[in-house]
Ligand binder design. Sequence first.
Ligand SMILES: [Zn+2]
Length: 199
Amino acid sequence: MQVYQLKIGPMDNFCYVLACEASKEAILIDPGWEKGKVQDFLTEKELTPVLIISTHSHYDHVQENDAWKQEGIKILAHELAVDAKPDIKVKDKETYDFCNETITFLHAPGHDLGGMLIKAGKNLFTGDVLFIGAIGRTDLPGSDPAKMQETLSIIKNLAENLIVWPGHDYGPVAHRLLGIEKRENPFLRSALHSGRDGN
Ligand SMILES: [Zn+2]
């Protein structure tokens, strides 16, 4: 499974394309802007989109979901991510099999009620929970600073060799190893090194 990172829209959002070399199928994570640009990329790579995964409910991540749905593509999101309009609703630690890989969803509230982390192989897609060197806002409707601390504790328990792929290009680099993030990100550093097991 190959990961492509596309920068889309006016808010430095990242959309991710998980491409299966064998089947030429693709999963899109947060294609919230510029559907045409995303489609052109898929065409160029000869990929067929089979599923959209929304990391959370905010419009800059989900506003194109209806348009993709009209093409028959299903949306997967946490059951509390109502505005993502999921066809497939998942809970904490549920999985989805794609391209001989098991994708695991970890509920990650704090920035948004229905936020989740997406773990696929050595990749960790963090949406607006964790940016490179920063974290998402916790002063929005559906935010909860205390839950964010719990979520950061879960992230702290995850493997250092995971690659963090954030929801926005807000950091000094576009992606980084979680081990470096644990040392460099002040919000992650100050989070309690306890909490429930994130697997
Ligand atoms: Zn957000």
